[in-house]
Write a protein that binds this ligand. Structure first.
Ligand code: GLV
Length: 399
């Protein structure tokens, strides 16, 4: 049964919000610069960040006209679980800074929409509470911050709470250079003394509503799911400090498999060779991803390497992708190119910033409506009918 839209839905309904871009504008007005730029920014010159979205413009449709498709069926399955349309909410660190309800709000909205949620290790709410908010697929994304013992305890908690898959991110051997974070004083604000914070504080005064909700939420949250024995949850640290502690090599997969009996998803794959390697190491799915343009700048647009990864891995693993999705047409293109589902990142985080759960719900509604309309315009009655004959894309992307 569908829940009533959460509080704040009117703030994000039409005509104020018609597209994800509208949510982005509102998010920018609500969040302090340091938080908005953390979410929005990419690495170095942000070539890859921009390329992710722009690449979708190079894909065009080849519709089947004059076909009465009727009601569209958007359902699909990921790792054996049905979802109501082919998307999962990607893991986003520090969601509790974007909105106090953070990961709980995202999980609730995913639940109402009938899709799945992936919780980041850098979450500010306890993983047990997040799992309790969603009945559909809930996956836990594991970063190895704090060392193996801490990660083993995290995996045990995630398994006991009912997370069905573990997502291992393999594109963070070091943090990408996120220049916006440095300019905005991210590390001083999170870890510096009062004196070093001072130059960066004025950005909060122009965002009183965010500041009030942040203070009412108790200020900086802790990393509730990274618990150091004898010390408790780790304090929130700058993402570049955190990712620098986090190196995953293929050789770690054996150790992870010993501690995790559920499915393993490897996220951050950009070549067919790595997709095969992930499958050989026991992954059930891979996510074609350049980490939203936040890691290696000049990595290719994720959608442009999807055909190569699908060609290499399709028979062994489920292939998903993320990066640059702002419209339902983008999701339809990715599915027609062979993805099983996409991961949504910034497109739902903008909604989270604007109105918590209601904002995420609105983002998902926009994308789902787009998909229904696009399928109908293409002459397809269901997601299952999508294939590469319905699109055209640059020759050099062929797998
Ligand atoms: C964390 O994974 C980030 O990209 O900020």
């Amino acid at each position: 049964m569908k829940r009533e839209p959460a509080d704040g839905y009117r703030k994000v309904s039409a005509p104020r919000v018609v597209s994800i871009e509208d949510l982005r504008h509102l998010a920018q007005r609500r969040l302090p610069k340091v938080v908005f730029d953390y979410l929005e920014g990419g690495a170095e010159a942000e070539f890859t960040l921009r390329a992710n979205s722009r690449a979708f413009e190079a894909i065009t449709f080849r519709p089947r006209q004059a076909v009465a498709a009727g009601e569209c069926d958007l359902r699909t399955q990921v790792l054996g679980c049905e979802i109501s349309f082919p998307a999962m909410l990607a893991p986003i660190g520090y969601s509790r800074l974007i909105h106090p309800d953070g990961e709980l709000a995202a999980a609730r909205a995913a639940d109402s929409a009938g899709i799945g949620y992936i919780l980041s290790t850098f979450g500010g709410h306890k993983l047990e509470d997040v799992k309790a908010a969603i009945a559909g697929p809930a996956w836990y994304q594991l970063y190895l911050v704090g060392g193996r013992e801490v990660a083993e305890a995290g995996m045990e908690r995630a398994r006991n709470a009912g997370f069905s898959a573990l997502v291992i991110t393999v594109d963070t051997p070091v943090a990408g250079l996120r220049e916006r974070d440095i300019r905005n004083g991210m590390s001083e604000l999170l870890a510096g003394g009062m004196f070093s914070k001072l130059p960066f504080l004025p950005q909060f005064l122009t965002r009183p509503r965010w500041l009030a909700s942040f203070l009412l939420d108790g200020g900086l949250p802790k990393l509730e799911n990274v618990v150091v024995p004898g010390q408790g949850p780790m304090p929130l640290m700058d993402v570049s400090a955190a990712l620098t502690q986090e190196v995953v090599a293929w050789s770690d997969l054996g150790w992870i498999r010993k501690h995790w009996s559920g499915s393993i998803v490897v996220k951050g794959i950009l070549t067919g060779d790595d997709a095969r390697r992930a499958a050989d190491e026991g992954a059930a799915a891979v996510v074609v991803s350049n980490h939203g343009g936040r890691q290696l700048d000049s990595a290719p647009a994720a959608i442009s390497v999807l055909p190569e990864v699908v060609a290499a891995g399709r028979d062994q693993v489920e292939v998903m992708m993320d990066g640059g999705i702002r419209r339902g047409t983008d999701i339809v293109k990715a599915i027609a190119m062979g993805a099983r589902a996409v991961l949504l990142g910034r497109s739902y985080a903008y909604g989270l910033a604007c109105a918590g759960e209601a904002g995420v719900t609105r983002a998902l509604e926009i994308l789902q409506d787009d998909m229904n309309r696009t399928l109908t315009l293409l002459g397809c009655a269901s997601i299952a009918e999508l294939n590469s004959s319905l699109i055209s894309y640059p020759r050099q992307w062929r797998g």
